[in-house]
Design a protein around this ligand. Sequence first.
Ligand code: GLU
Length: 283
Amino acid sequence: MATLRTRFAPSPNGALHLGHAWAAIVAHDRARAGGGEFLLRIEDIDGARSREALVPEILADLAWLGLAWDGPVVRQSARLDSYAAAAGRLRAMGLLYPCRCTRAEIAAAAKAMGPDGPLYPGTCRGRDVDPAGAAWRLDMAAALALAGPLTWFDELAGAQAARPDLFGDVVLVRRDAPASYHLAATLDDATDGITVVTRGADLFAASHVHRLLQALLGLPVPVWHHHGLLVEAGGRKLAKRRGSPSLGDRRRAGEDGPALAMSLRTGRLPTGIALAARLDCPA
Ligand code: GLU
């Protein structure tokens, strides 16, 4: 049996807030309850949004909450070669094609919405597009034909039939980053030996794509645990601009971190905050 291993994988694009604390607690406690390991992975490959100065803040926030991680902190920015190698394999399998469409062009031409926004209408598929500086998209129909029907298991939602087709031809290599979230997270979870992928229910649909990538690249298949999200009482996501203090704000104000973590665990939520059980779960 593989060691039970979970991870918390924040993107250092903004200060962590209560929702991140909840995600980290779920991952940490899921590992500890089974005698497993809890890893910390910094998802720092978004050159435009990622801020190095936030990384020590993240470490301090977790320590303040009383959440100790195992092993060295993993950095996506140290793994660019592995993303390039996987993209190269998918390209050699004939499953990727370059695309130079802008967001605005896609939004104008899209006929439907997918889980990540306007569904790519396939404009560049089969065209002779200059790959220099292009994004690379997965030819979803070809990938599905190769992989066949797939299933995955969520500890809370049960068995799922994989529906990566909902995403259409997803971007796996971005124009402005060496991998998309989908490719990098899937590869990292395999590299790190993650056996239970915990993350918010807002990313439930992403697991359909990740399951397909695991099949295409011959990666181990974890189980998933998509937890509910902390939201404002009206149902909106927490946002600092609407007065939800960051964990750093709370820490610097002298709040008791372990006590806050315990109150989240026991459902004693701060005023105006609620736990939304499932946000984005089809089925
Ligand atoms: N980096 C993602 C985020 O901060 C989390 C991705 C994941 O857990 O798979 O939302």
